[in-house]
Ligand binder design. Structure first.
Ligand code: 5MM
Length: 341
């Protein structure tokens, strides 16, 4: 492993003024997104949609540091035969790959999940590196509810995250470590804070045990935020203040950067929260976005599967990418939302 090179890639992924596009929806998830805009999910429609994003020159070259791909996409070609991964490289963004293989029910823990995909991971990473991927992603899912999460679910998921991260670094690939505490449910922000603290502490403990080099990774956490069905929704300032406090308590300064997931927040909320955190300042790591839904909901709607809407889809994507890029520097304001790029 060459740690200096891993660190260089990790720092580039969290370049101030840029962030990550999470375009790694598995076939089931992208089908759900396409169903919502009444588009049939086929190999061709998924290719056309992602090609539209990757050919958004302004967004990709100015606001996007890296793109997380799904296995299908990394091997796919654009309509003119250019590999989609080349479009990303040509824009100056770094290609990455989701390597987990989804979740399975965790035995003895009703309602809880464990992320799988460690079998043959070393071989898969080698192939992805040869194809051009320089970082990877693995997402653990922790649900909050009555009696959950259990210690068991937190432990096995943290262990798998660390196993994945160690294998990535051995393959000269920067791991994005994503322990996501879901915002579904009626719990309040303080319960989210406590559970996330527990999950992050356990994750860093496992990373340490498995000798993962912190300088060569990126953390992708949830924010400390109210559950979607909670009657008291915390303000933007409270989310920012509590998330920063939580991360300072759990994330070593050796980690180059933190790139948040949006987790079901509205587009503008996700931007406002990131912006407010960056305004706090004095942080040991860079804070940016690694959004899926909060970057793609608008372009999906604008595109709606029609070739004549490609430019509108690209405009919508560029706008959201620009808003989040500004938020990664604490320079976003509500008023800018109206000036669609
Ligand atoms: C893009 O969505 C990814 C989901 O993949 P699955 O199909 O395997 O569930 C997801 O991991 C995503 O990268 C992160 O959750 C961030 O996306 P959001 O929408 O939460 O910002």
């Amino acid at each position: 492993m060459n740690l200096a090179d891993l660190n260089k890639v990790a720092l580039a992924m969290v370049t101030p003024g840029k962030g990550i596009l999470a375009a790694d929806e598995s076939s089931g998830t992208i089908k759900k997104r396409f169903d919502a805009i009444k588009v049939e999910s086929t190999e061709e429609s998924r290719r056309d949609y992602r090609e539209m994003l990757f050919r958004s020159t302004e967004a990709m070259s100015k606001y996007v540091s890296g793109v997380i791909l799904y296995d299908e996409t990394i091997w796919q070609n654009a309509k003119d035969g250019t590999p989609l991964i080349k479009l990303i490289e040509q824009s100056g963004a770094i290609p990455g790959i989701k390597v987990d293989e989804g979740t399975q029910a965790l035995p003895q823990c009703p309602g809880e999940l464990v992320t799988v995909g460690l079998d043959k991971l070393a071989e898969r990473l080698k192939k992805y590196y040869e194809r051009g991927a320089r970082f990877a992603k693995w997402r653990a899912v922790i649900d909050i509810g009555s009696g959950i999460p259990t210690q068991t679910a937190i432990h096995v998921n943290a262990h798998a995250l660390a196993r994945y991260a160690a294998l990535c670094q051995a393959a000269q690939i920067v791991p994005i470590v994503e322990p996501e505490v879901l915002m579904d449910g009626d719990h309040d922000i303080d319960r989210c804070y406590d559970v996330t603290q527990h999950v992050l502490n356990k994750t860093f403990q496992e990373l340490l045990i498995q000798r993962v080099e912190l300088e060569g990774m990126v953390l992708k956490p949830n924010m400390a935020i109210s559950g979607k069905k909670c009657v008291r929704q915390a303000s933007v300032e409270e989310v920012a203040e509590k998330t920063v406090r939580l991360l300072k308590a759990c994330v070593p300064a050796a980690v180059p950067g933190i790139a948040f997931l949006s987790g079901g927040q509205s587009d503008e909320e996700a931007t406002a929260h990131l912006n407010a955190m960056n305004r706090i300042g004095g942080l040991p790591w860079r804070l940016t976005f690694s959004y899926g839904r909060a970057l793609q909901a608008a372009p999906q709607k604008a595109w709606s599967g029609k070739a004549e809407n490609l430019a509108a889809g690209q405009r919508a994507f560029t706008h959201r990418a620009r808003m989040n890029a500004l938020a990664s520097k604490g320079e976003w304001e509500t008023g800018l939302e109206k000036k669609v790029a």
